[in-house]
Design a binder for this molecule. Structure first.
Ligand code: ZN
Length: 355
C-alpha cells in the first residue's frame, strides 16, 4: 500500500482572511474526546478543520487503484464518540469519521475512482491554533464551488504537475533567454526582517544561484543586477524588453510587520497575460514545494511595475516573509536559499519546456 505523510507534523501558522462560507458543517458532540471539533468543505473546495488548540495532526494520501478512488485521511488525537460516513457528491464520494484505534480520530475523504489528485500540490496548513485548511489545489474552481449542492461535475479535473525533486530539466541550448531580476539593491535594501535580515541580500543570493542553474541547463540569462547596486525600475524593464527574453522573473521576499511573525507564506504575481500566469503558476508550485508548512498564498494578479511594463511573460515571486517566524529563519539559511533557487529555476524550465 502506498501512503506517505502529506506534511506532518505540521507547523501552525496564522493566516488572515480565511472566512469561507460553510456548505457542509458537521459539529461533533462537545463531550467527544476527539480533537476534531468540526469540519467543513469551504466554498472554494478546501477542507477546513476546527480542532482542539495546539495539536499535532498528520495527513496522508493513498493513490486509487482498480475500482477504488484515491483517498486523503487525517489522523487526530482522541477518539470520536461515534463513527459515521457521509455521502459526498461529484468527485468526492464519501467522507468518513473513523476510529482506527481507541485514541485516534481519522477523517477520510474518499474520491470516486479515476479522480486525479496530486499529493504534492496539497498542503495542510494551520491557520490558527485551532484551525486547519487543506487546499485541494488543481481542482477546477467551478467544480469545487458547487460541492454540497449536488451538482459537482464528473472528475475530469486536471491536477497540477508535481513539484519534482529530480535533476533539473534541460531546454535546447541557446533557444531561450530569461531575465532574472533580483529585487531592490544598493541603497534600497527592500524589506528588513527578523534579526536585520535584508531582502536585497536574500534575493541577490537566490537570483545568482538561479541564474547559474538556468545557464547550466542551456538558458541564456540576463540579470538586471549582479551585485549590491541600485537599479531603478524603468532600466530593469528596458533591459528586459531589449533582451528579447522569453521570460522575466523578479525575485523578492515579503515583509509585513515585526508584530506579525505569525504571517508566513509564498505568493507569485503576474499581470494579465495567460502566459505570465502560467509562468507564475509554474514558479509558485516549485517554490511552495521546497517550503513545507509555509502557506501557499497563491498565484495572484499584481500591478508591480516590472511585471506590468515588461513585454514578455513575467512573474514576481515572493519567496517568504522576512518577518515570519517560519520563513525568516529559512531565508537566512544558505541551504534553503539554494533550494529556492533550484525551485525557481525548475519552475522556469518547466514553463519554457511547456510543462
Ligand atoms: Zn521586494
Amino acid at each position: 500500500m502506498f501512503h506517505r505523510p502529506l506534511l506532518g507534523p505540521l507547523s501552525r501558522v496564522l493566516l488572515s482572511g480565511v472566512a469561507p462560507v460553510a456548505l457542509l458543517l458537521c459539529a461533533l458532540p462537545a463531550e467527544a474526546a476527539s480533537a476534531l471539533a468540526a469540519w467543513r468543505i469551504a466554498r472554494d473546495g478546501a477542507l477546513e478543520l476546527r480542532t482542539s488548540p495546539s495539536i499535532t495532526l498528520t495527513a496522508f494520501y493513498e493513490a486509487g487503484k482498480g475500482g477504488v478512488g484515491p483517498r486523503i485521511w487525517i489522523d487526530l488525537p482522541g477518539a470520536p464518540s461515534r463513527t459515521r460516513s457521509i455521502r459526498g457528491n461529484g468527485a468526492l464520494k464519501e467522507i468518513r469519521i473513523g476510529k482506527p484505534d481507541p485514541n485516534t480520530t481519522r477523517l477520510v475523504l474518499e474520491f470516486v475512482p479515476g479522480t486525479r489528485l496530486n499529493p504534492r500540490n496539497m498542503r495542510l496548513v494551520g491557520t490558527a491554533r485551532d484551525r486547519w485548511r487543506l487546499e485541494l489545489e488543481g481542482l477546477r474552481s467551478g467544480s469545487i464551488a458547487s460541492l454540497g449542492e449536488g451538482s459537482l461535475e464528473a472528475p475530469t479535473v486536471a491536477w497540477s504537475r508535481p513539484a519534482s525533486t529530480g535533476p533539473l530539466p534541460s531546454v535546447p541550448r541557446g533557444r531561450f533567454t530569461v531575465v532574472i531580476d533580483p529585487g531592490h539593491g544598493g541603497p534600497d535594501p527592500g524589506a528588513i526582517g527578523i534579526g536585520g535580515l535584508r531582502e536585497t541580500d536574500v534575493v541577490l543570493d537566490i537570483s545568482l544561484q538561479a541564474a547559474r542553474l538556468l545557464q547550466s541547463r542551456g538558458v541564456r540569462v540576463v540579470m538586471t543586477r549582479t551585485s549590491e547596486v541600485d537599479v531603478d525600475l524603468p532600466p530593469r524593464v528596458s533591459l528586459a524588453n531589449s533582451s528579447r527574453a522569453h521570460a522575466f522573473v523578479s525575485i523578492h521576499a515579503n515583509a509585513l510587520s515585526m508584530a506579525r511573525p505569525d504571517v508566513n507564506g509564498i505568493e507569485t504575481f503576474y499581470f494579465q497575460s495567460s502566459l505570465s500566469k502560467a509562468l507564475a503558476s509554474s514558479v509558485q508550485r516549485e517554490v511552495v514545494g521546497v517550503s513545507p508548512g509555509s502557506p501557499n498564498r497563491g498565484v495572484k494578479p499584481g500591478r508591480f511595475f516590472v511585471i506590468r511594463r515588461t513585454v514578455m511573460p513575467a512573474a514576481l515571486v515572493e519567496t517568504g516573509f522576512l518577518t515570519g517566524n517560519l520563513d525568516s529563519p529559512r531565508l537566512a539559511t544558505a541551504s534553503h536559499r539554494s533550494q529556492l533557487a533550484n525551485a525557481i529555476a525548475r519552475g522556469i524550465l518547466n514553463y519554457l519546456g511547456g510543462g
